[in-house]
Ligand binder design. Structure first.
Ligand SMILES: Cc1cc2nc3c(=O)[nH]c(=O)nc-3n(C[C@H](O)[C@H](O)[C@H](O)COP(=O)(O)O)c2cc1C
Length: 341
């Protein structure tokens, strides 16, 4: 009922503001709502139970929030109240960093898309861990880790290992983000010996941490939709060799074909939302073929309806995540998908 007002009232107000201001205002409000049980109760959305067990974790339903909305984990309590089956926070880096200069976030309204070149703006991993510890959220929590912009690529591994160690105890699973288009050269970590070295080091650290803390925290790797078939085969071979626990397909795209002639088409950054759906689903299908069901997949990219969610699952997703449709449609999209998938 309350969320029926989103598209008619809340969104028009938010869309009067520039995209990043609207984001900041919403996150602040969600942070405050999450602080007080009475306010959290006001935004709570009851969603049917649709349990799934994936990566050894029990999910109350298969619809999660994708990384990047809550980079520092400031709104976990409010997000948890909206009915997501899981919430992924981050991308977080070892040290705080400001990200790219603004403007860096653009709505492509006719296509229900977003272009962003945020560049991992975040307050650092210690701050994120503090926020998680301070929250009352008890649902499934993914923590998405990356490298600082100033860390040279040859030292990227150190940043990922550092973050993995820091977040290990408070995450349900950890996502290794090597697919953002907005950190220079990050995507080269998806290839050959750089990928193999990173994955083997992370799996070794995961085993050490499991022994130290007596709890196994699965590692998922998030991929770009720009990988071609041969690259997908190579990447999946490495994932199977080292026993990666999950794959997230996909991050945003650099492709602008579908939004040519639309506002902001020339802006640099990653495109998300509806225009990403077809491409990310094709890549997911290819990844599924290569993994042959040995490693579960979280499908993300352009899901904006129960139908799109079903298509993503038919292509091979065990779970799904949304981001851009949450901005365009509001919290009711979560319930709509969960209950009609
Ligand atoms: C503004 C914005 C910021 C994002 N930041 C991150 C991020 O920090 N880390 C990450 O792995 N993905 C990030 N993403 C990508 C999303 O997690 C998701 O993979 C992508 O948007 C496709 O899903 P969607 O079409 O449902 O939005 C971001 C997306 C948007 C729109």
């Amino acid at each position: 009922m309350f969320y029926g007002l989103y598209e008619g009232l809340v969104r028009p107000c938010l869309f009067q503001l520039n995209a990043e201001t609207a984001h900041n205002v919403t996150m602040k409000m969600m942070h405050v709502m999450g602080q007080y049980s009475l306010l959290t109760g006001m935004i709570r959305q009851t969603v049917a139970n649709r349990p799934r067990k994936v990566m050894g974790i029990e999910f109350p339903n298969p619809v999660g929030l994708a990384a990047g909305l809550d980079k520092d984990g400031v709104a976990l309590d409010a997000l948890g109240a909206l009915g997501f089956g899981f919430v992924e926070i981050g991308t977080v880096t070892p040290k705080p960093q400001p990200g790219n200069p603004a403007p860096r976030l653009f709505r492509v309204i006719p296509a229900e898309g977003i272009i962003n070149r945020m560049g991992f703006n975040n307050l650092g991993v210690d701050n994120l861990v503090g926020n998680v510890r301070a929250s009352r959220y008890e649902g499934v929590l993914g923590i998405n880790i990356g490298k600082n912009k100033t860390t040279p690529l040859e030292k990227a591994e150190d940043d990922y290992l550092y973050c993995l160690e820091k977040v290990y105890q408070c995450a349900s699973y950890v996502t290794v983000n090597i697919s953002s288009p907005n950190t220079p050269n990050l995507r080269t970590l998806q290839h050959g010996s750089a990928l193999e070295s990173l994955i083997s080091a992370l799996k070794k650290k995961q085993a050490e941490l499991k022994n130290k803390f007596g709890r196994y925290v699965p590692l998922a790797v998030k991929l770009a939709p720009e990988l071609d078939d041969a690259e997908i085969a190579e990447v999946c071979g490495i994932f199977k060799k080292y026993g990666v626990d999950g794959v997230i397909a996909t991050n945003t795209t650099l492709d602008r074909e579908i939004i040519r002639d639309m506002p902001h088409v020339t802006e640099a950054g990653g495109l998300s939302g509806k225009p990403l759906f077809k491409k990310s689903t094709e890549k997911l299908k290819k990844i599924r073929e290569e993994l042959k069901g040995e490693i579960p997949i979280i499908g993300v990219g352009g899901i904006d309806s129960p139908l799109a969610a079903r298509e993503k699952m038919a292509a091979g997703a065990d779970l799904i995540q949304i981001y851009t449709s949450f901005i365009y449609k509001g919290p009711k999209i979560i319930k709509d998908i969960v209950e009609n998938i």
